[in-house]
Design a protein around this ligand. Structure first.
Ligand SMILES: [Zn+2]
Length: 211
């Protein structure tokens, strides 16, 4: 059997919609779990959209237009938590979690095009970053995500799930996150400095640029 086409996948989903073009909320799955952030009484899924003609181009799809091909800015980068010659770990100060980081390579690659040497280093860095984030007292678990739907340049999201807030476990974390109060910059930076210290001790590199 050949791999299924996009048209066939979409047709199968469309066939499961009701007369109003919507899928039913599956309360046997996550919407019925305690980690789902919304009450389901009035919840409904948006009508299924038609299959797009193509995947839209992402920012930086042409390496010449990517941020990595632009000349460096004059002002200092005050979000860099840790870096070495190939990788950067940046702090997302707008994340309403104990910590939100973005791990990316300096050279222009996406995940499917990453050369083997960088792929091996990324694996070791992911382990080291996860260990450093999970050593924060306010973090219960380190979540790591790769979406790549917006930007073509490889970037992994590293998210610290708040400790002992069990409703925030699992993949709905980001649905909760947007509704949490803002985290003060000094809290973000103190947590990031802790992570950086662990990384410097474990894998070398350079620490926060704001220190
Ligand atoms: Zn790039």
């Amino acid at each position: 059997m050949q791999p299924e086409s996009a048209e066939d996948f979409h047709a199968r989903v469309l066939a499961a919609t009701g007369p109003d073009g919507r899928l039913a909320v599956n309360i046997e799955e996550m919407p019925g779990w305690d980690i789902f952030p919304f009450e389901i009484d009035s919840l409904r899924i948006k009508p299924l959209e038609p299959l797009a003609d193509d995947e839209p181009p992402r920012a930086g799809e042409d390496p010449a237009t990517c941020w990595c091909a632009q000349p460096p800015k004059d002002e200092p980068d005050d979000h860099l938590v840790w870096s070495n010659e190939s990788w950067t770990l940046r702090l997302s100060t707008d994340m309403k979690l104990p910590i939100g980081l973005s791990l990316g390579c300096r050279e222009h690659y996406d995940l499917p095009t990453l050369p083997p040497d960088l792929a091996g280093e990324m694996g070791r860095l992911v382990v080291a970053v996860a260990a450093a984030v999970e050593s924060l007292p306010s973090v219960g678990r380190c979540q790591i995500a790769k979406y790549g739907d917006g930007g073509a340049h490889l970037h992994l999201f590293v998210l610290g799930r708040p400790a002992r807030m069990l409703q925030l476990r699992g993949s709905p974390l980001l649905d909760w996150e947007e509704n949490l109060p803002v985290v003060p910059l000094e809290v973000h930076r103190a947590n990031a400095e802790h992570v950086a210290a662990r990384l410097l001790a474990g894998v070398g590199g350079a620490g926060p640029t704001w220190l």
